[in-house]
Ligand binder design. Structure first.
Ligand code: FAD
Length: 503
């Protein structure tokens, strides 16, 4: 793999035209609020079009509508609040030169830009909040370089296709989202948090899980910045607000043969104990570990029809050589094996991981769209005590879905009680009760980085955003909500990471 340029941590900030102090003159309020209220959108689009030559660009209404929605429609609140927010046009660049041309045109004409990959994100991440041109990155794809330890790929590379190619070479990504069949590599880095593989490797934000991110700044002559080490956190989970990602480098692991195993446990407590034990057994290679309390199995019959009435389900992907040990350990807690298939070969019609994480909610919404959840991370020194203490609050009314995973080296559980949405007040009450247990809740029903609360915005983040997007053109209103109609009443703590304040 060719050696890439190694930027010293934040060293590039010294090369801003105005230096760090000068940048501070731009107030924080400036981010996401370019001065273009007086501009006529049609005239602006005509001017933009005149700047970009033959780069594919359409203002067809159906295309604009389709490319202005994402999968955040799993949230009943976002389904409503993001309605009618539509891009002025959609561009589909094929190479880096075309991306640079689009950036230059945006700066010259004051056109907002919205980066978009597969459009599977939560929180309306790629929904334009103030119009503009959506850049469809899917045509900018392909592997740049890879060896047994690392892969570097273009931003719009589909994660499924990427992993298939890597597996053919005997390697695989450490972590991929449950939406991998649609999502892109840059979309995962800019919008995701972890997923399939996180039970072993932790969250994307854990040191070492993203090797490098290369971005272009939004300036008339875009600068190319390569982030490495802890600096990758600046662009990770930043919803495309601090530069356009052109390349990503990720660490690789040997490809394993995975078995999809589903167990039925007589009750929640037995399943929880089995899940905690499996999650702590670091010598067992697992790729996903998900617990779903009855009646969730009944709500997703393709997978759960074999689960007996009243039973809690544990779904796991285990390396084939550890299948027997996992079955043995589950049995010690009363777990009965009800599914046992090669990866992607189960009779439920899609990979097992598409019944876990956010996909679990999507599956039960096939029964009733009103099902919803609150995005919780349970952790701390007594995870078992915390969950067993909280469980009676919801038992019999709101069943739990939990994925066990690592975060900063510790076992945590992410998930939620599942419930039928009635009102924002009801949702706020669930948040309050869950947080009273000491758990941390993010707001998956709003759209700005700060309000979602999955990323702690430090001064370094704000400085970086100002440096990379000095004209505030990247989806204005996405860092801090400029439009209060998109706010919710949910009083969430946000997810907390010990390291977040030390950057
Ligand atoms: C049902 C469901 C299940 C999910 N499961 C998971 C999961 O297991 N793990 C997980 O982490 N996430 C998950 N997600 C969230 C999302 O699907 C993933 O993060 C996915 O990888 C996003 O990729 P995408 O290409 O679809 O990104 P998009 O939705 O297109 O974009 C996501 C964000 O990235 C930005 N972006 C895209 N391309 C670029 C670029 N080139 N430069 C700068 N910014 C860019 C966009 O502006 C947007 O803010 C889930 C969501 C849903 C609805």
């Amino acid at each position: 793999m060719p050696e890439t340029s190694r930027a010293k941590p934040l060293a590039f900030l010294l090369h801003w035209p105005w230096g760090i102090r000068g940048a501070d003159r731009l107030s924080a309020a400036y981010i996401g609020k370019p001065m273009r209220d007086t501009i006529d959108p049609a005239a602006r689009l005509a001017a933009f079009r005149a700047e970009i030559g033959d780069i594919p660009l359409t203002d067809d209404l159906q295309t604009r509508k389709a490319m202005s929605r994402d999968w955040s429609s799993v949230s009943p609140l976002l389904r409503k609040s993001l309605r009618g927010r539509i891009a002025d046009a959609v561009a589909a660049p094929r190479n880096r030169t075309q991306i640079v041309t689009l950036i230059r045109a945006a700066v010259r004409t004051g056109m907002p830009l919205i980066a978009r990959g597969g459009g599977t994100a939560n929180y309306g991440q790629s929904v334009p909040l103030a119009g503009g041109v959506t850049i469809d990155f899917r045509h900018f794809s392909g592997i740049v370089a890879h060896d047994k330890t690392r892969v570097r790929a273009l931003a719009g590379t589909n994660t499924d296709a990427l992993d298939a190619e890597l597996r053919a070479a005997g390697t695989e990504l450490r972590i991929h989202p449950s939406t991998r069949h649609v999502s892109t590599l840059a979309g995962f880095i800019a919008g995701g948090s972890g997923g399939i593989g996180s039970i072993r490797w932790g969250l994307l934000r854990d040191r070492g899980n993203i090797s490098a991110i290369k971005l272009l700044s939004i300036e008339e002559t875009p600068r190319e910045i390569e982030l490495r080490g802890k600096d990758v956190l600046l662009a990770h989970h930043a919803y495309g607000t601090n530069g356009l990602i052109v390349e990503v480098e990720m660490p690789l692991e040997p490809a394993w043969e995975w078995r999809e195993l589903v167990f039925a446990f007589p009750d929640f407590k037995a399943a929880l104990d089995a899940g905690l034990r499996l999650g702590h057994e670091d010598a067992l290679l697992l790729k996903v570990l998900s617990l779903q309390e009855w009646p969730i199995a009944r709500l997703m019959p393709a997978l759960g029809a074999v689960v007996p009435e009243g039973h809690t389900m544990i779904s796991t992907m285990a390396a084939a050589q550890h299948r027997d040990e996992v079955v043995e350990l589950a049995a010690e807690y009363g777990g009965r094996l009800v599914h046992d298939h090669a990866e992607g070969q189960g009779p439920y019609g899609e990979p097992l991981y598409r019944f876990c994480y956010g996909h679990s909610l999507m599956q039960v919404q096939k029964k009733d769209m009103k099902y919803t959840s609150v995005q919780t991370m349970f952790g701390g020194d007594d995870l078992r005590g915390q969950l067993l203490g909280l469980h009676p609050e919801f038992a019999g009314t709101m069943p739990f879905r939990l994925e066990f995973q690592k975060s900063q080296g510790k076992l945590v559980a992410v998930g939620s009680p599942l419930f039928l949405y009635e009102s924002e007040a009801q949702m706020a009450d669930v948040v309050r009760r869950v947080q009273a247990s000491g758990a941390h809740v993010a707001n998956s029903h709003t759209t700005s980085i700060r309000n979602v609360g999955m990323k702690t915005l430090t001064q370094a983040d704000l400085d970086f955003t100002r440096a990379m997007d000095p004209h505030g053109l990247l989806n204005p209103g996405k860092v801090d909500l400029a439009d209060e109609t998109l706010a919710t009443e949910l009083d969430v703590s946000g997810w907390h990471f010990e390291e977040a304040q030390t950057r």
